[in-house]
Design a protein around this ligand. Structure first.
Ligand SMILES: *Cc1c(COP(=O)(O)O)cnc(C)c1O
Length: 379
């Protein structure tokens, strides 16, 4: 029987990946115009995007958004090298590839740093954090990843922020794969800066990162940067002086992000978006469990963003054939990135409905049947 593959609103395969993600037709349609970088209409849209991000962050009056051209990592590197002074020292909480990437950024930028690492399926130890900060007064900053997309683990960002604040240090957060879907209220979780991007839970297209900065901390960061382009203080100053970007803005990305943020608001903001992702995640985990797949993480550590499954050990299970079979049916999944276990990942985020997630589970069942694989269910 020929297969009719699942498609997005624009006829494309559904991306069950950690980003770039499936976006709505209207988000993509917002881009079919040209604007000059000094165009008043564009600058108004740009201002609205920056202001709306501060509102989503819960930082109105205390925080500002500084955008950065490029992918999310550009924003993380801008955050680390703008906020950590040249004579500062940063403690990085690492339990996956994105924590490791931040560590590499600090090493290349010549910032003194120390790493507290836990396995990919284990949150950072708050006791160890406490102990390390108490023992080393030269540590000025702490870096943490909100949802470590490597595994999909939800790190205890509120508790981490509490410990960091108690010790009078400054927190820098990579909330790339969580911001917009998981609550992190700037009024309740003290941080100096939080990095995210256009193409994850806000469901825009890729091309822009941004850093939500506590205004007082940003002002104090003048002169810290060790690159020209990633200097968030200078980038912010340009907006203050002229309302314009310093260098060519990713105009189409910004205009479509404006549309994406309208759709985020229409869905009920962080709560509404988070609820749909949680529904997708539950359908995914329950459906896969029925077929005999085991998730890496226990439910209390799992963020409703992306789920890591153990690779089945059945002799007839071939990942490439599994991947291709799903792709033929309109679902694009993601290989694993773990070192602790052989695995693959399926994302819950992007313009994906719970109905479509049920379709993905049905497709997984079909592909298993085609391969002649029946997995033993967990007892
Ligand atoms: C996606 C992501 C990033 C940024 O990755 P890019 O490929 O540069 O967009 C950073 N941190 C986390 C946790 C992410 O999920």
């Amino acid at each position: 029987m020929p297969i009719t593959p699942a498609v997005s609103e624009t006829g494309d395969p559904l991306l069950l990946t950690p980003g770039p993600l499936t976006t709505s037709r209207t988000v993509k349609q917002a881009m079919v115009h040209d604007w000059g970088s000094r165009d008043a209409t564009f600058l108004k849209i740009n201002r609205a995007v920056l202001d709306r991000i501060v509102e989503i962050a819960g930082g109105v009056g205390t925080h500002v958004t500084v955008p950065m051209q490029g992918s999310g990592t550009f924003a993380v590197e801008a955050m680390l090298t703008t906020f950590v002074p040249r004579d500062g020292k940063i403690l990085l909480l690492v339990n996956g590839a994105y924590g490791q990437r931040a560590t590499k950024i600090c090493a290349v930028a010549g910032r003194a740093h120390q790493v507290l690492e836990t396995p990919e399926d284990t949150p950072p130890s708050l006791a160890k954090l406490e102990e390390t900060l108490a023992a080393d007064p030269s540590i000025t900053h702490v870096f943490a990843v909100h949802c470590e997309t490597t595994s999909g683990i939800l790190n205890p960002i509120r508790q981490i922020a509490g410990v960091v604040a108690t010790h009078g240090r400054r927190l820098l957060v990579d909330s790339m794969s969580a911001f917009g879907a998981l609550e992190i209220d700037a009024g309740a979780v003290p941080y100096d800066a939080l990095a995210a991007s256009s193409n994850k839970c806000l469901e825009g297209v890729p091309g822009m990162g941004f850093v939500v900065c506590r205004l007082d901390a940003l002002k104090a960061a003048k002169g810290n940067a060790t690159t020209v382009v990633l200097d968030l203080h200078e980038q912010w100053q340009a907006f203050e002086r002229t309302g314009q970007w310093r260098f060519t803005p990713p105009i189409h990305v910004i205009v479509s992000l404006h549309q994406a943020i309208e759709e985020h608001r229409a869905e009920g903001g962080v709560k509404g978006r988070g609820a749909r992702y949680a529904a997708n995640c539950k359908i995914l985990i329950d459906g896969m469990a029925k077929l005999g797949f085991r998730p890496l993480l226990p439910a209390d550590l799992q963020a409703p963003i992306i789920v890591t499954f153990h690779m089945p050990t059945h002799a007839a299970f071939k990942f490439q054939a599994f991947y291709d079979g799903l792709k033929d049916r309109g679902y694009v999944i993601y290989p694993g990135k773990l070192t602790v276990a052989d695995s693959f990942r399926i994302g819950c985020i992007g313009r994906i409905t719970p109905e479509q997630m049920k379709g993905a589970i049905a497709a997984v069942a079909e592909v298993l049947a085609d391969m002649g694989v029946t997995l033993k269910k967990a007892a």
